[in-house]
Design a protein around this ligand. Structure first.
Ligand code: HEC
Ligand code: HEC
Length: 376
């Protein structure tokens, strides 16, 4: 494949490399950002019209309406560019790692000056299906949402967008990218937001085993794709274990919730109030997250309190706290608001976890279109 190389001018080189190198060592993984070479395919990847299974046809048509190949290409570069942070050391991808389903394998992520985020970095997948963003659902518009981490005082610290426009405008590699995406080289806050949201919207996952099991509607071909444990786990997920009350795949293909938020009784007195910051009756309510790629996105919950899916399942099985605003789907049905005890056997818990693993899309987490374009 022919590659376009954009080299940063030599005078700036030494400085750039020193400032842009970021090494992370978490969970045995190492990440290094060096903005010396940006490699992109000579012809933009196909973001706007990818092959997707028929049960995602709705998503596919919305993708075509929202995303252009050049817009998403620019968004990809922005997503991986540490220059978007005040100190040139933190990119979106520093906390949203492709091989981890665009989550971070630590409970709290390190921001541009070493401070930790107060919540666990969310995974990113099928954002076109989401009507709200962040654990407390405080953003409903993806285009304004993507600017929040840039200006956030812990995450990237770049709260002066005029300065950001100027900084990116001074980098030669952005000129053709903005031109291709928007018809001129001008770098504006609006365009940064548009390109980043196009890239996020292009991150569509539809190749998990669960998707394979659904060629003619959800779950239509389960026996030929799932092993017996996964099949039993799926049965539990939709019935006895009640997971699909909230993590519902049929109405919207992302395993997030139609009701969107819930208190699942993690703590009698939540330390993080979630939606309760705005409205006390919603204390402890958080966004129902997508379970796509969930086997890769631990640790789990808004505060990363659970390391494993087994711990998550045990919470629902036996440890739900009787909070006043416990979601009805987790009550025991006696009308007293007491939490349900699922009473799952060890084998059932293991089956449920196998089913959750069947939501992993290996292709998505290796897809070049979503990978780091800055390479040595
Ligand atoms: C320092 C780590 C860090 C950086 C850098 C960062 N994020 Fe995040 N991201 C987080 C955390 C933590 C959350 C959860 C915050 C919350 O809910 O309050 C999050 C949440 C999100 C979500 C919400 C997903 C959902 O389904 O609700 C999206 C999308 C997102 N980030 C995109 C981005 C983009 C785009 C950038 C770069 C412009 C970025 N992030 C930079 C840590 C980071
Ligand atoms: C009442 C609605 C509801 C039900 C029922 C429910 N969940 Fe959840 N789930 C949520 C909410 C809300 C969160 C986020 C809670 C938080 O972080 O405080 C969550 C979080 C999770 C997470 C962590 C995801 C992440 O990215 O951190 C997993 C895994 C999960 N649920 C699996 C399950 C399983 C398995 C079941 C069935 C046994 C189930 N859920 C039942 C609402 C629900």
């Amino acid at each position: 494949m022919k590659l376009l190389h954009y080299f940063i001018v030599p005078a700036a080189f030494a400085l750039t490399v020193a400032a842009c190198t970021k090494e992370r060592n978490t969970d045995g993984l190492e990440y290094q950002y060096q903005s010396d070479v940006l490699r992109l395919p000579s012809q933009a990847y196909n973001y706007a019209n990818p092959d997707l299974p028929s049960h995602l046809s709705d998503l596919k048509s919305r993708l075509g309406a929202k995303v252009t190949n050049d817009g998403a290409t620019l968004g990809r570069v922005l997503f991986y560019d540490p220059k978007l942070s005040l100190t040139n050391n933190t990119a979106c991808a520093s906390c949203h790692l492709q091989e981890k389903g665009f989550a971070d394998p630590v409970a709290f992520s390190k921001g541009f000056d070493g401070r930790l985020t107060p919540r666990n970095a969310s995974s990113i997948v099928n954002t076109l299906e989401h009507n709200m963003f962040f654990w407390d659902g405080r953003e409903t518009n993806i285009k304004s949402m993507v600017l929040r981490p840039i200006e956030n005082h812990i995450e990237m610290g770049m709260d002066n967008f005029k300065a950001l426009e100027k900084k990116l405008g001074s980098l030669d590699y952005y000129k053709p990218l903005f031109n291709n995406a928007f018809g001129s080289e001008a770098v504006t806050e609006e365009r940064i937001a548009e390109a980043l949201s196009q890239f996020l919207n292009s991150m569509v996952s539809g190749n998990s085993k669960f998707d394979e099991s659904s060629p003619n509607g959800w779950g239509s071909n389960v026996p030929s794709v799932f092993d017996p444990g996964e099949q039993r786990g799926m049965e539990l997920f939709f019935n006895k274990a009640r997971c699909a009350t909230c993590h519902n795949p049929s109405a919207n293909s992302f395993f997030g919730g139609q009701e969107q938020v819930a208190n699942i009784g993690l703590d009698l007195e939540p330390k993080d109030l979630g939606m309760g910051v705005e409205d006390a009756s919603k204390a402890g309510m958080f966004k129902i997250p997508s379970l796509r790629n969930v086997a890769l996105t631990g640790p789990y919950m808004h505060d990363g309190r659970f390391q494993t899916l087994e711990e998550v399942v045990e919470h629902y099985n036996s440890n739900i706290q009787p909070v006043a605003n416990l979601h009805w789907g987790l009550q025991d049905g006696t009308g007293t608001g007491q939490p349900i005890k699922l009473g799952l056997t060890e084998a059932e818990k293991a089956d449920l976890v196998s089913f959750l693993h069947a939501l992993t899309d290996e292709q998505f987490v290796k897809d070049d279109r979503f990978s780091n374009p800055f390479k040595k």
